[in-house]
Write a protein that binds this ligand. Sequence first.
Ligand code: C5P
Length: 402
Amino acid sequence: MSETRPRRILLGVSGGIAAYKSVELVRRLTERGCDVQVVMTRGATRFVGPLTFQAVSGHPVRQDLWDETEEAGMGHIALARWADLVLIAPTSAHCLARLAHGLADDLLTTLCLATDAPLAIAPAMNPHMWLHPATQANLAVLKSRGVRIWGPAEGPEACGESGPGRLLEPPDLAALVVEARSGHKQPCHLRVLMTAGPTREPLDPVRYLSNRSSGQMGYALAQAFRAEGADVTLISGPTGLPDPSGIRVERVETAQEMHDRVLQSLPGQDIFCAVAAVADFRPAHAATRKLSKDKTPKPLPLEATPDILSAVSSQDPRPFIVGFAAETHDLEAHARAKLAHKKPDLLVANPVGPGQGFESAENEAWVFWPGGDRRIERMPKGPLAEILVGIIRERYEHRGGS
Ligand code: C5P
């Protein structure tokens, strides 16, 4: 794709109340330099008039596969070829099912079969419809075909219920479109080693020191790398998450085990991502039998755990290294200090606290590297991981340069 022409986004709008938010999405995309053409399903036109989309996009809106004027020149094929990216926002449960089954019963679904541009969907529906096994099965089919799934977010919905099913906010969707790799998907042949989740540092056979990390961010990043074709090894601390498919997962408990497994797996890796929230301290002595109240040492002596990220940074040769930093305050200062001290090539910092970061389905991030930084707005961890993979790949390709 030429770098000079605007990115061409074909925005499909299917029938749901969230369709009104897509009007703002078109504005956000055009503000960010995209050329947007809108295709609406019949249901979508019940919620928003095509004229509104025509006004904000500057293009006539297509709705009908049987439009005699447009189709005289095979308009749907021309539109399918025109797009750099097809995004359907909102994607209703019905639209999602039609895509999963490869139906071509209207202009939008026909375009999705005819295009070889990447397809992204931003689902929006009632939480019960989203969680229904039929919808989840359709989603799995689309994921397995490499369709990008952006959202949904959780929260109160127009139907009065609350749960997963809200359309991502237009600024977040616009950020995803801009960050998504331009043009056609380039497969990634990198070997990626990652850590994720917390570690547990035993005090005795039944007690341990740990933290609130759920592992979701690391697993999402592993899946986002896998979706782009990378060979991924995930060294995971204890989490309640199932092994993501297509990824080599090795489970460990302690920082020491994670450290040893990482160093064993390091040869031949292109990228190392230290996402795990590794415990910084462990009880100096782990008892082999359960300690009774009066035998538990008070105060409890602690010792430092090995720093895995620093150990990988000091290897020669070393892979491209991505560190993470969860901060409750002074995020930028702490992140810049860690970048200088631990020497990763890239540092992803995110705020943590009540309802944010750990144990939460959403996250925001501020990415730092020597000579630059980029902020990513709050959004679900899956789409955030996709953006991070884009930034990591870009910086990896520019390694050695600025
Ligand atoms: O200094 P801090 O613990 O905040 O640094 C966080 C980064 O260092 C994360 O990338 C984390 O995975 C990594 N780390 C590590 N080994 C430790 C502690 C942190 O690899 N023992």
